[in-house]
Design a binder for this molecule. Structure first.
Ligand code: NAD
Length: 486
């Protein structure tokens, strides 16, 4: 296989146009890659990840200044390998055309749905999981038989450069290619007439991207953000809630789209929960500054943004509790302690903006209806977490709330489950990938009606009012008009 990379890395508009054109031409020349060739591509990716495992961990560490190796293993490497294994097992079944019902009027004919690769998929990646959020959509796109262009995040340059190198080694440029660069490149990239565009990032930029895609009528999958609530039922043990919510908040220092953004806690239990959370987090992270297990904030600007939420909250009367077990200093580092905010109000930035960092407001509620009303009054979140051992009450919450996904008695783990769709709703996103839904997202479900030598339509065709037409209408009357639905 010849692997050609444009040199220097493509960033200019004409370079990106040329890349897309080359991919589209290649897709036309090989419009329906068979099962074996899709698996071969997935296997190459699998092997490249294994070969580059340590470099991926090092690249994430470099980008974040410190990223826990276990977090890169658990959230960047493991889930992509799992995704590949998932499709390896099920792809043949997904690719099969589906036989569908032939209505009377179309008989005799065979009706099928064919799942065809859409062509070239564009993938825009944020910085928080710089490998997973590029490679996971890529796995779905490859499984569905597509080519793909990936645009990495300017805020995770080491990871972006490594992903570019890894993929250039195993794929031809007209097969899969990685583009690096900042907002300018991203803007040009998202204006390209892809056959499908997956954007993962903020709700604000998601709107810009959808507008750009609309010019080409490119279908989009928008994986956005928002404020994901965690609701604790009054009967739920607080220590359990604290350690389960703490896992999702401490992981990647809260820089996860599905990190629990705030907690809704029974009013009389707020202080006890704050104490339980402090204890749980001090156990997980007994020190912070030089503790490799605790991830730093990606950039100084992001740290300043998070600090500004805290100073704003403090200035407006909130009680800000920094969980700093060794009483360490963090100036000169991008580390930031897990911080509880009590008494947060709607006037504070911390309740207006997605937090996306290690800050946890704990809000009191008086009744479950009031807690749900609080959630309903706000944009539909990407995730919702509910803590309760009672299944019936859990089912009631599921029925009464909208969110991209849900964990009952857990946080964030649903993202790593391959056999269910992942995606937001409304302001937290649209469309899905992962699992079967991912395969379908990156495929055109093409309806195919295949007729044989007998053309029954000829007997019913105009001039209308002929014998066969009248018989057909009689049959239709029998089927529907005489059987009114009560
Ligand atoms: P971002 O929206 O700032 O950037 C994401 C990507 O968009 C980057 O590659 C960037 O280069 C590109 N971009 C920036 N401006 C653009 C423009 N004007 N036109 C086109 N592209 C542009 O997001 P971020 O700061 O990298 O990531 C954080 C956000 O991503 C949070 O809101 C988080 O919730 C969300 N997120 C969502 C998911 C999910 O799966 N739903 C996963 C991770 C992060």
């Amino acid at each position: 296989m010849t692997v050609t990379q444009l040199s220097p890395a493509p960033t200019a508009e004409s370079d990106l146009d040329a890349l897309l054109l080359a991919q589209k031409k290649a897709a036309l020349a090989d419009p329906m890659p068979d099962h074996a060739s899709r698996i071969r591509r997935l296997d190459k990716l699998h092997n490249a990840i294994l070969d580059n495992r340590d470099r991926m961990i090092a690249a994430c560490r470099a980008d974040f200044s410190n990223r826990a190796a276990a977090e890169t293993e658990m959230a960047e490497i493991g889930p992509v390998l799992e995704g590949i294994a998932y499709y390896r097992k099920r792809l043949k079944k997904f690719m099969k055309p589906q036989r569908r019902h032939t209505p009377l009027v179309a008989m005799p004919a065979r009706v099928e749905v064919h799942y065809q690769p859409v062509g070239v998929v564009g993938i825009v990646v944020p910085w928080n999981f710089p490998f997973f959020l590029g490679l996971s959509p890529l796995v779905g796109a490859i499984a569905a038989g597509n080519r793909a262009m990936i645009k990495t995040s300017e805020y995770a340059p080491a990871s972006g450069a490594l992903m570019q190198e890894m993929l250039a080694e195993i794929f031809a440029e007209d097969e899969i290619t990685v583009v690096t660069g900042g907002v300018e490149v991203a803007t040009t990239f998202t204006k390209l007439p892809f056959d499908h565009l997956v954007f993962t990032g903020s709700t604000q930029v998601g709107k810009i991207v959808m507008r750009a895609a609309a010019e080409n009528l490119t279908p989009v999958t928008l994986e956005l953000g928002g404020k994901s609530p965690a609701i604790i039922h009054p009967d739920y043990p607080l220590d359990e809630a604290a350690s389960r919510i703490g896992f999702g908040k401490g992981f990647n220092a809260g820089q996860i789209c599905v990190s629990p953004d705030y907690v809704l806690c029974p009013r009389d239990k707020v202080d006890a929960f704050a104490a339980a959370f402090t204890k749980a987090m001090s156990r997980s992270y007994p020190s912070l500054r030089d503790n490799d297990d605790y991830t730093a904030i990606i950039t100084d600007q992001q740290k300043a943004r998070l600090e500004s939420y805290l100073s704003d909250a403090e200035a407006k009367g909130a009680n800000v509790i920094r969980i700093n077990p060794k009483d360490e200093e963090f100036t000169g580092t991008r580390k930031m302690p897990l911080t509880i905010v009590l008494g947060a109000t709607d006037e504070m930035l911390v309740m207006q903006e997605e937090i996306f960092g290690p800050i946890l407001p704990i809000l009191p509620y008086d009744t479950m209806d009031a807690a749900l009303a609080y959630v309903h009054e706000r944009p539909r979140p990407l995730a919702l977490y509910y803590f309760d051992w009672d299944k019936a009450r859990g089912d009631d919450i599921l029925a009464r709330t909208h969110s991209g996904g849900v964990c009952i008695n857990d946080t964030v783990m649903h993202v790593g489950v391959d056999d269910m769709p992942f995606g937001g709703i409304g302001p937290s996103g649209m469309g899905h990938y992962h699992g079967e839904e991912g395969f379908r997202t990156f495929s055109k479900a093409k309806g195919v009606l295949r007729k044989g030598k007998i053309n029954a339509t000829a007997f019913v065709a105009p001039p209308w009012g002929n014998f066969m037409y009248r018989q057909l209408m009689k049959m239709q009357a029998l089927r529907f008009r005489k059987r009114k639905i009560d």
